[in-house]
Each structure stands twice: as structure tokens, then as C-alpha cells.
Ligand binder design. Structure first.
Ligand code: ATP
Ligand code: MG
Length: 560
């Protein structure tokens, strides 16, 4: 078992304080939380916050956390989404308690609760269409008006509700509504719908039901049935809490259910330069604006995984986001620095060249040696490899300047530089094509400098390189922000118009032969360039396809 569950940070927050108090006052002896995703898309970074919070609380207080699919909208929900969500939660290092749960497990019980509320004249069958209902709901300043069907008696309602269940009415022709208060200042209390007719196949209950309960009705009762003590959700549900408590109160008081869960709201996590809404992310996928839900540019958990973000980096970031009721719009740089911090001690170092400039080492001969070098200077246990110099090598184009600027420490005509893990070389000659572009350099090796510095002078610059004959060609995908605006959601135009057309670039690169020791999903640092991950699917040693995704650069490049 990995240890990420133990890395739940020691920092406190208002929800922890509530729980501590509940335990101290013996209001609860043990806590049960839940993570309740709707399987209508892949999870994103915002869900990671909810997951880390709910599972983290359970771990901190020796409680348990359920994974419960809120599967009450059959038209949008798929088995693929269910699988992906389970994979993502597990990948983040969390274990749900017992079997995976589904709101649909409770459809019978929910139906029973609805009949009970009808019998108590707390619910009625309404024939208003959705449009009519909208018109009679009122607004924030105007109260709503009672439905003409509000005073149907319990027997008639029961009969009609059973007919709804039995498929005798068409979609949208009838609903079951709670009878609360059409003049409540809280619109959620104005006779909310709790059941609607949808003659749609359900992924789990197949065609057993043609009426489906609404989220507000389902969620609180599911929480109660699972003995959830603290039901943490995002702030948009704050206005629904009154309804949550109303439903629970009426059912608990009469012994229909036996437990009172408590809803606590915290602010949603949003990340700059991206969107955190499954619906919007789905639009990117179906419009082929990205390669799929797990495109490394996506803020999905699977996208971040494919990008090479380690789960511990995500945990660290979520910890830095904190838990509160204040807006939580995070700078991309915070996420990236969290990822970088975790990778720093964990990623092997290799050399790769992305924009090659060829060098011929004119005095290369059989006296030239090679050095074994560790994959990480601070972690010997990561092993070492031979870094073999050859007559022809590649360096990065931008590590050479014909006429160097002041303080230039890399290579220039007549200047010297150390080849990382190898000798010092000097540039003697530049070769250009007919258009004046530099196509090659001729350099000479100082043969006394393998593993030691010359005594008569200081050569400060060190550059990375690869052998022309020994290196292995590969493809490197480079990423930029997915959107051109920090808050693509908050503009009036279609958010898809704000997508960055240059968010993906693919280059051919060369890597030292030790690339053969890597495995898919391994993140390495290409020295001086950044962290790169061997793609989960497209890095294949057998086929010799070596595709890397850039995880993150070595420093924050977004700063102005
Ligand atoms: P989306 O709009 O992306 O579909 P959602 O809230 O509808 O989000 P759910 O599947 O219902 O998605 O969410 C499961 C849980 O994750 C809920 O408890 C929800 O409050 C929480 N959650 C969703 N988005 C965020 C976010 N951005 N930050 C924190 N928690 C979130
Ligand atoms: Mg939702």
C-alpha cells in the first residue's frame, strides 16, 4: 500500500474543526464521509479537491469514506465514466469503504420515502409543464404562485404517482413535487420537483424505472442511509441546505429513516487558464479540440496523470489550496511548482536535445574516454549509466551564439564550454549553408578535462548534449496553456473560442541511449530542459516508439 493516505497534511480548516468538536462533544463517535460524483464525465482537478478533502478527513479521524455514484440522470451517464472515476480515485491513493455505492441502489427506498411524503400530504403530483412551472416559480423578489394541482388529496396523488411509476404518462407531463412553500424567500423551497418521468434506459437499473428522483431528494436520503456524518459539498449547494434538512427532518421524525447527516459547504476550486466543469470539458472532447478526456492539456485527473503529474504533486497542490468558503481560483504556477517540488527528488536525469545543432569533435580519437554518471546526483540508488562521447554530437541550437552577449557562459566561436558528464570543448569553426544559417560547428576536445577542471583557467558553462550515432530519436510533445484567458468561463463569448491554438507542439528530439531503461509513465528530467513523462500509451519499447509529454519546466515561466 502506498503512503499517500498518510500524507494528508497536518494543516487545519473549518471542516476539521467542526468534526473535532463533534467528536469531542460525542455528537459522533466515528465519522463517515462520502465522495458523490455523477458519472457524466471524467473527474477534474476540482474533484481532486473534494476527493482529498472527503477521503482525507476520513483518514485523519479514523473514519471511513464512501464512493457513491450519483446516477440519477440516466441520459448522460455511462459505464466508461464510472470506470474512469474509480481509476482516478484509486490512482490518487484512496480506498473507499466497502463496495462502491450507487444512488440507484436506493431507488426502492427513495420511492418508499416519496410515497410516505405523499401520504402525509407533503408531496403532490403536478401536471404543470416545465415551462409553466418556471413561470409560476417566482423570482428572487417575487413570490411564486401555487400550482392548481397542489391540493389534490393524498389518495389521488398516490394513485397518480403509481401510474407515473407504471409508465402510464409521457415524459414531462407530470412531476412529483414537495408541498413546502411557494412564497419562501429560498426558491429551492418553492415546491421543488422530486421525481420526473424519463422513459430512458438506466446503466444499472435498466428499464425497471421510468421515473427518476431529483438530486436534491436523492442526495440527502442517500447520505442518511449510509450514515454519513458530514456531507461536504461545494458552495452552490448552500441554498439547497434548507431543503436537505427539510427532507431529512420529516423522514427522520417519522422513523422512515434513522440518521441525520449534516451538509457543510466549501468553495469550489478553480484553476486559471482552464475550465472545471465536466460539461465544458466534454464539449472540448466531442468537438475534437483535444485528443480525449485524458489529453495531457486537460485539467482532468487522467489528463494530469498522462501529463506526468505525480499524485503526490496533486496532493501537495490541493493542500496549498486550503479549504474555506472564500473564492478559490488558483494560479497555474502553484500547481506546477507543487508538481516540480515532488519530481525534483524523484525523477532520473537524462540528456536530450530538442533543437539539434551538430558538432564534429575534430580531434576525437581512441584516447577519448567516458564516464559513468548517476541518474540523480543526490540519489545513488537510482543507478548510473555510461555517458559515451562520439565524434559527432548534438547540442541545443540556443546553447551556441556566434557573437556572444555579455556574460554568455555557453558556447561561442573561440569559446569553451563543458559537455555535461564529459570533456570541455572549444568551438574552432562555424559551418553555414548558402543562406547563412549555422548548420554545424567544428570543435576540439581538451583531453585533460574528463572528470576534472583545467588548472590554468575557469570554464563556467556546462551544456547538455547527445551522441549523433548513439542517441535515440523520439517525439516530444510540448504544451502551452489550454486557453488564452485566465478565466475562460467568465467571458461572454463561447469559452471554446478562447482556446489557445498553439497549446500543443510536437518536436523530434534525440535522447541518450538510457531511454531504453525507462517505462511508460516514468517521469525524467531532461537536464536543463524540464520534466518529461514517457507517455502512458505511446511510449513503447518493443515497437521502439518513444513519445514523451512535457510535464513541467524547471522554473516558472508564466511570471511576467
Ligand atoms: P461538474 O460541474 O464538473 O460536473 P459537479 O459538481 O456537477 O461538477 P459532481 O460529479 O456532482 O460534479 O461532483 C462530485 C463532488 O465533487 C461534489 O461533491 C462536488 O461538490 C465536488 N466538486 C465538483 N467540482 C468541484 C470543484 N471545482 N471544487 C471542489 N469540489 C468540486
Ligand atoms: Mg453535479
Amino acid at each position: 500500500m502506498d503512503n499517500s493516505q498518510n500524507q494528508t497534511p497536518a494543516t487545519t480548516n473549518f471542516i476539521k474543526n467542526i468534526i473535532e468538536n463533534d467528536l469531542q462533544t460525542k455528537r459522533h463517535t466515528t465519522i463517515i464521509t462520502r465522495f458523490p460524483p455523477e458519472p457524466n464525465g471524467y473527474l477534474h482537478i476540482g474533484h481532486a479537491k473534494s476527493i482529498c478533502l472527503n477521503f482525507g478527513l476520513a483518514n485523519t479521524f479514523n473514519g471511513t469514506c464512501n464512493l457513491r455514484f450519483d446516477d440519477t440522470n440516466p441520459e448522460k451517464e455511462t459505464e466508461e465514466y464510472i470506470q474512469s472515476i474509480m481509476n482516478d480515485v484509486s490512482w490518487l491513493g484512496f480506498k473507499w469503504h466497502g463496495e462502491v455505492k450507487y444512488a440507484s441502489d436506493y431507488f426502492d427506498k427513495l420511492y418508499e420515502c416519496a410515497e410516505y411524503l405523499i401520504s402525509q400530504s407533503r408531496a403532490y403530483v403536478c401536471d404543470l409543464s416545465f415551462d409553466e412551472m418556471k413561470l409560476t416559480r417566482g423570482t428572487l423578489v417575487n413570490v411564486g404562485t401555487n400550482s392548481p394541482y397542489r391540493n389534490r388529496n393524498a389518495d389521488e396523488n398516490l394513485l397518480l404517482f403509481r401510474k407515473m411509476r407504471d409508465g402510464e404518462f409521457e415524459d414531462g407531463t407530470k412531476t412529483l413535487r414537495l408541498k413546502i412553500d411557494m412564497s419562501s424567500p429560498n426558491i429551492n423551497m418553492r415546491d421543488p420537483i422530486i421525481y420526473r418521468i424519463k422513459k430512458i434506459h438506466h446503466i444499472r437499473t435498466a428499464d425497471k424505472w421510468c421515473i427518476y428522483p431529483m438530486y436534491d431528494f436523492t442526495h440527502c436520503i442517500s447520505d442518511a442511509l449510509e450514515n454519513i456524518t458530514h456531507s461536504c459539498c461545494t458552495l452552490e449547494f448552500a441554498d439547497h441546505r434548507l431543503l436537505y434538512d427539510w427532507i431529512i427532518h420529516h423522514l427522520v421524525n417519522d422513523g422512515i429513516i434513522s440518521h441525520t447527516p449534516r451538509q457543510i459547504e466549501f468553495s469550489r476550486l478553480e484553476l486559471q487558464y482552464t475550465v472545471t466543469s465536466k460539461r465544458k470539458l466534454n464539449e472540448l472532447v466531442v468537438n475534437n479540440l483535444v485528443s480525449g478526456w485524458d489529453d495531457p492539456r486537460m485539467p482532468t485527473i487522467s489528463g494530469m496523470r498522462r501529463r506526468g503529474y505525480p499524485k503526490d504533486g496533486i496532493h501537495l497542490f490541493i493542500n496549498r489550496c486550503g479549504v474555506s468558503k472564500s473564492p478559490n481560483i488558483m494560479d497555474l504556477a502553484v500547481l506546477e511548482s507543487s508538481v516540480r517540488e515532488v519530481l525534483e527528488g524523484n525523477a532520473k536525469r537524462l540528456m536530450a536535445v530538442l533543437n539539434p545543432l551538430k558538432i564534429t569533435l575534430t580531434n576525437f580519437d581512441e584516447t577519448i574516454g567516458s564516464k559513468k554518471s548517476p541518474f540523480h546526483s543526490k540519489h545513488e540508488n537510482m543507478g548510473e549509466r555510461m555517458v559515451e562521447l562520439t565524434r559527432e554530437i548534438y547540442i541545443e541550437q540556443d546553447d551556441f551564439m556566434e557573437t556572444p552577449i555579455a556574460k554568455w557562459q555557453r558556447l561561442s566561436l573561440g569559446g569553451e564550454v563543458r559537455l555535461r558528464h564529459s570533456y570541455i570543448i572549444k568551438c574552432d569553426e562555424i559551418i553555414k549553408d548558402d543562406n547563412g544559417n549555422i548548420i554545424q560547428l567544428n570543435c576540439s576536445i581538451d583531453k585533460n578535462t574528463l572528470g576534472r577542471n583545467p588548472e590554468d583557467r575557469k570554464v563556467k558553462g556546462v551544456i547538455h548534449w547527445v551522441s549523433v550515432t548513439k542517441s535515440i530519436p523520439c517525439i516530444v510533445r510540448l504544451y502551452d496553456r489550454l486557453f488564452t484567458k485566465a478565466e475562460p468561463d467568465h467571458h461572454t463569448s463561447d469559452f471554446k473560442q478562447l482556446i489557445n491554438p498553439n497549446s500543443l507542439d510536437e518536436v523530434n528530439a534525440y535522447i541518450e541511449p538510457a531511454v531504453n531503461t525507462l517505462h511508460p509513465e516514468e517521469v525524467v528530467q531532461f537536464e536543463r530542459l524540464g520534466y518529461f513523462v514517457a507517455d502512458r500509451y505511446d511510449f513503447n519499447l518493443t515497437n521502439k516508439t518513444y513519445i514523451f509529454n512535457k510535464t513541467v519546466g524547471l522554473r516558472d515561466v508564466w511570471k511576467n
